[in-house]
Design a protein around this ligand. Structure first.
Ligand code: UDP
Length: 380
């Protein structure tokens, strides 16, 4: 197809990420399919990324995730060093046709600041922008810069200035959706699982409380801030509580973890993650925020595990109530649904994932958007 895309995944984690990594997972899922469609991909990431690409641009040898815990100026130092390398590549190389940027805030600011003579660019929004309306400051000067959301709900909540630059939404995808229907059924145990970063928006405290009240077993899986293993977090001193997710864990979740009803297994990755989800009776998403894209939601479908969730954010777009999952209006409504989940057919979940959430579906949609952005006229 003769198209070369500079895919900017940022300096925070390798691609693919070592377990948790929302944005990096999206890039790792999208890129192989784009290349299959004939798109050349130049990846801007960190040196240790192992994703197969046509070229790699990196400033840092390894993921700078830990820098996110440091003071603001150090975070911005890392972000700017990485972004400068992206800008330099766009300026100096003539093989880049389009930038597909995934780096929050700094990414879009840099793209728009490059002005009308910059390459056309598509920036994918990954966060809930209703909650972070100021994340992007203002967007101007970027007459060939466009944004896309990861769900209609997310875009609808974005500030007007961003929505004016929107070309639509593209739902997330998972490699697990390929041949999902042929996947052998999970060995369903009786517990439920909450898979995701342990953070107030994901609502692990609500899930844990519900498990005790309604009497079901719950496994919490995911990192707490920079801590991936329970032993690491147990060994951390009081100062670790400066991280809001560590504080949330210590104050609201840990008191409910008794290792009988409610267990925390830390971050899970690869086959262990898939098995944990595939073997759960349901995936629980006791959301306290407007979930923007919900990768873990579609992974659960692909693994044949129905979803029980608070129907916030993108959940109603991803889950059909009564067929692939059960949605409640709020946390209080979840208890009744947990009891009801056994009537859902796991084959419906896998079928849905195979039809809607494959990497190929996502890549085709992005290629359409790339073409749309490339056709935009420059106004100067
Ligand atoms: N994830 C993982 N191990 C964990 C917790 C999460 O591999 O212990 C993955 C999860 O499978 C999903 C991603 O991290 O692919 C989280 O993406 P999602 O969109 O669900 O949430 P985000 O954290 O981006 O809001």
């Amino acid at each position: 197809m003769g198209l070369t895309v500079l895919m900017n995944a940022g300096p925070w984690l390798a691609v693919p990420p070592p377990g948790y990594g929302g944005i990096e997972n999206v890039v790792a899922t999208l890129v192989p399919e784009l290349r299959r469609l004939g798109v050349r991909v130049v990846l801007a990431s960190v040196g240790e990324s192992t994703l197969e690409v046509d070229d790699l641009i990196s400033v840092f040898p390894d993921g700078q995730f830990a820098a996110l815990q440091r003071p603001y100026n150090q975070v911005m130092g890392v972000a700017h060093a990485h972004q400068n390398a992206v800008v330099r590549a766009v300026r100096e190389r003539d093989d880049i046709d389009l930038v597909h940027d995934h780096v929050e805030a700094v990414g879009l600011a840099v793209l728009t600041a490059m002005g009308p003579r910059a390459r056309p660019a598509l920036h994918t929004l990954h966060w809930d922008l209703g909650k972070h309306p100021d994340l992007y400051g203002h967007v101007d000067g970027g007459d060939r810069v466009r944004v896309n959301g990861v769900s209609a709900a997310q875009l609808a909540r974005a500030p007007q200035a961003l929505r004016e630059h929107a070309v639509g939404h593209v739902h997330l995808a998972t490699p697990l959706a390929v041949d999902a229907e042929r996947r052998p059924p999970g060995d369903k145990a009786d517990h439920l699982v909450v898979l995701g970063r342990i953070t107030p928006g994901k609502g692990q405290h609500l899930g844990a409380r519900l498990a005790h009240e309604a009497g079901f077993d719950l496994v919490l899986a995911g990192p707490v801030g920079p801590y991936r293993r329970p032993e690491e977090l147990a060994a951390a001193g009081p100062e670790a509580g400066q991280n809001p997710d560590v504080r949330y864990w210590r104050e609201q979740v840990a008191p409910l973890v008794d290792d009988v009803r409610v267990r925390w297994v830390g971050m899970v990755a690869g086959a262990a993650r898939d098995e944990l989800v595939a073997n759960a009776r349901a995936s629980l998403f006791p959301l306290c925020w407007e979930e923007p894209g919900g990768t873990a939601v579609i992974e659960s479908l692909a693994l044949g595990t129905p979803v029980v969730a608070v129907g916030r954010g993108c959940l109603p777009e991803l889950i059909e109530h009564g067929r692939t999952g059960l949605l409640a209006d709020d946390g209080d409504g979840l208890a009744d649904l947990v009891a009801d989940v056994a009537r859902l057919d796991e084959r419906e979940c896998r079928r849905e994932a195979g039809q809607r959430f494959t990497p190929a579906t996502m890549a085709r949609r992005y290629v359409e958007l790339y073409e749309q952005v490339r056709r935009l006229p420059t106004t100067s």
